[in-house]
Design a protein around this ligand. Structure first.
Ligand code: PGA
Length: 257
C-alpha cells in the first residue's frame, strides 16, 4: 500500500516572513491531523533554513526546488546535494517543466542531477509531462517515455528507495486547467507500466506517482481517488494554508477509507 504524498512547490514566491508563517500553519495542522499522509514543502533556497526551523519537530519534511550534480566546488550560483542535506532537506524537485522550458534543462542534465541526488540518498521528486501540442498530436505517451528513459538512465532499482515521479501536464500548470481524473489516471498507468518494464512489477508498485497541475482544495479528492494517483505536487494552492491543508485532508480521508 503506497502512502499518499502531498508536496508544496512554492516556486519563486514568499518572503522570509510569509515563508515562516506558511510553514508554521502547515506544521501545526499536519501534526494534529494527518498521520497517514506524507507532507513536504519546497521553499525557495534562501528560506530553507528558516522554514526548517519553523517546521520544528513536525512531520512535514523539507524539500528544495533544484540541485546541481557536482560535488561542492567552483560552480558559481549553484547548490550541491550535500548542502541541501546539510540544512535538512529530505527531497529535491528535479526536471520541473519550468526548469526545462525557462532554463533549458535537458533530459541529460536532469539525469545527472537525479543520479547525484539518489547516490547520496536525497529523495527525488522527478517531474515529467507533455505540452499541449504534444497531447493534441497524440504524443503524450511518447514524450513521457522519452523523459523517463532520459531522466532515469543508468538508475539502478536500488537507488529508488526515496524516488517519486510527478506527472505534470505542462498545459495544466498554473493555468487553472486541471487534467480530468481519467486523463491523470491514464498517464499514471502508462508511467507505472513503463516502470514495470524497465525495473520490475514490484518496483513499479512501490513508486509513488504524484499528479501536479492546478491541484486545488476542490478537485484534490477526485484526482487522488484514482488508483494510480498517489499524491499531489501543488504549486499555487500550496501558498495558501486554506487551500493546501484541505488537499492534505482529502488525502488523509482517502487513506483512512
Ligand atoms: P500549479 O503548479 O499547482 O500552480 O499548477 C504545479 C507545479 O508546477 O508543480
Amino acid at each position: 500500500m503506497r502512502r499518499y504524498f502531498v508536496a508544496g512547490n512554492w516556486k519563486m514566491n514568499t518572503t522570509l516572513e510569509s515563508a515562516k508563517g506558511l510553514a508554521n500553519a502547515i506544521a501545526a495542522d499536519v501534526t494534529q491531523k494527518s498521520p497517514m499522509v506524507d507532507v513536504a514543502v519546497c521553499p525557495p533556497a534562501p528560506y530553507l533554513v528558516p522554514v526548517r526551523e519553523a517546521l520544528g519537530s513536525s512531520k512535514v519534511s523539507l524539500g528544495a526546488q533544484n540541485a546541481y550534480f557536482a560535488s561542492p566546488g567552483a560552480y558559481t550560483g549553484e547548490v550541491a546535494v550535500e548542502m541541501l542535506q546539510d540544512v535538512g532537506c529530505k527531497w529535491v524537485i528535479l526536471g520541473h517543466s519550468e526548469r526545462r522550458q525557462l532554463f533549458s534543462e535537458t533530459d541529460d542534465l536532469i539525469n545527472k542531477k537525479i543520479v547525484a541526488a539518489t547516490a547520496k540518498e536525497l529523495g527525488v521528486i522527478f517531474c515529467i509531462g507533455e505540452v499541449l501540442a504534444d497531447r493534441q498530436a497524440g504524443r503524450m505517451e511518447a514524450v513521457l517515455q522519452t523523459q523517463l528513459e532520459g531522466g532515469m538512465k543508468d538508475l539502478d532499482a536500488g537507488l529508488l528507495g526515496q524516488f517519486v515521479i510527478a506527472y505534470e501536464p505542462v498545459w495544466a500548470i498554473g493555468t487553472g486547467v486541471t487534467a480530468t481524473p481519467e486523463q491523470a489516471e491514464e498517464a499514471h498507468l502508462f508511467i507505472r507500466s513503463w516502470l514495470a518494464k524497465r525495473y520490475s512489477a514490484a518496483t513499479a508498485e512501490g513508486i509513488r506517482i504524484l499528479y501536479g497541475g492546478s491541484v486545488k482544495a476542490d478537485n484534490a479528492a477526485e484526482l487522488l481517488s484514482q488508483k494510480n494517483v498517489d499524491g499531489a505536487l501543488v504549486g499555487g494552492a500550496s501558498l495558501k494554508p486554506d487551500q493546501f491543508l484541505p488537499i492534505i485532508a482529502a488525502a488523509a480521508k482517502l487513506a483512512e477509507a
